[in-house]
Design a protein around this ligand. Structure first.
Ligand SMILES: NC(=O)c1ccc[n+]([C@@H]2O[C@H](COP(=O)([O-])OP(=O)(O)OC[C@H]3O[C@@H](n4cnc5c(N)ncnc54)[C@H](O)[C@@H]3O)[C@@H](O)[C@H]2O)c1
Length: 255
């Protein structure tokens, strides 16, 4: 029996990286997926790959309240309910010390990474309540549990969604809606390449080598590995898990 048979899932940031890998796995496990992203062409390519019977896409900015309600309504119009919400869209922002960090960039990171998640839950919880329950998975980060220099807004945003998750889990437990975060680091996607480049524009490969050395397993994780954790949390396999963080970081959070 597929682990997400007949489940309806919304995945934000679904056009690339962890979101797209999760979309592939969710569909392989029987789900219908609505992908949300700001990248129209990549979304179209993802739907073409997954098949229009299994997937649809909405171009939306997760930080916008009306657009958020719009993509939840699109899922309800097509499939009548939402069982799984994977709040995964995120941006890394710039790399700079806190003192030098531009205020407008701080606002942008918080808008996408925090307001985007909060708005998503605000729109999706009523739909899940009507459906009798569901699972919400939020992509936080190791940076939601620990600090890192020169990306303070990103770190703040990823801590903030752990707080949102804990409050929502308590509010929703009696509604049969589970809420958890996944806390990855470092995963081989565009985002980590951007950070390598920003930390060392002339030698990003040195940052990669240093990061790999600092991971106890001595490698980056893959989006597919994170997708498997998202699948566990999305599915009934995790039926007694709510209100907690799930690290996937090659051992980094152990030290
Ligand atoms: N790659 C890592 O090492 C790592 C580690 C920890 C956490 N994360 C988190 O994983 C999540 C996915 O990132 P990824 O690594 O797959 O990177 P990615 O850049 O490949 O994917 C992020 C996706 O989110 C989309 N997006 C960005 N802003 C958006 C917005 N305003 N509205 C809708 N979509 C938007 C992007 O277009 C992109 O498709 C992010 O929340 C990120 O913070 C990544």
């Amino acid at each position: 029996m597929p682990r997400l048979a007949d489940k309806i899932a919304i995945i934000t940031g679904g056009a690339a990286g962890i979101g797209l890998a999760s979309a592939r796995l969710f569909v392989a496990e029987g789900a219908k997926v609505l992908l949300v992203d700001v990248q129209r062409e990549a979304l179209d390519a993802a739907v073409a790959e997954l098949g229009a019977a299994n997937a649809m896409a909405v171009v939306a900015d997760v930080s916008d309240a009306a657009q958020t309600q719009g993509y939840v309504d699109a899922a309800l119009a097509r499939w009548g309910r939402v069982d799984v919400y994977f709040a995964n869209a995120g941006i890394e922002g710039k790399v700079a010390t806190l003192v030098d960090y531009p205020l407008e960039e701080y606002e942008r990171v918080m808008a996408v990474n925090v307001r985007g998640v909060w708005l998503g839950l605000k729109s999706v919880i009523p739909a899940m309540t009507k459906a009798g329950g569901g699972s919400i998975v939020i992509t936080s980060s190791l940076g939601g549990l620990k600090g890192t220099p020169r990306i303070s807004p990103y770190i703040a945003s990823k801590h903030a969604v752990v707080g949102i998750m804990k409050s929502a889990a308590l509010e929703c437990a009696a509604l049969n809606i589970r809420v958890n975060t996944i806390n990855p680091a470092p995963i081989a996607t565009r985002m980590i390449q951007s950070l390598e480049q920003q930390y060392a524009p002339n030698a990003p490969e040195k940052i990669k080598a240093r990061m790999e050395t600092s991971v106890p397993m001595h490698r980056y994780g893959t989006p597919d590995e994170v997708a498997k954790l998202a699948l566990f949390l999305a599915s009934d396999d995790s039926s007694y898990c709510t209100g907690t963080t799930f690290s996937i970081d090659g051992g980094m959070s152990a030290s």
